[in-house]
Ligand binder design. Sequence first.
Ligand SMILES: [Zn+2]
Length: 55
Amino acid sequence: MEFINGLYENPKPLTLQEAKDTNLRDILLMRYRVCVVCKKNFDITNEGIFYRCCK
Ligand SMILES: [Zn+2]
């Protein structure tokens, strides 16, 4: 997996649970994530915080 500008370019957006299940040490370094609230995929470089894109 490529590591660019401090984030992993994960090919598939990860949910928080998937990130935990994969036992990723750096779950906050995944660029593409699935929002825990609205379940949409998002890019942390564009919006959002932690594993949510909305309020
Ligand atoms: Zn959201």
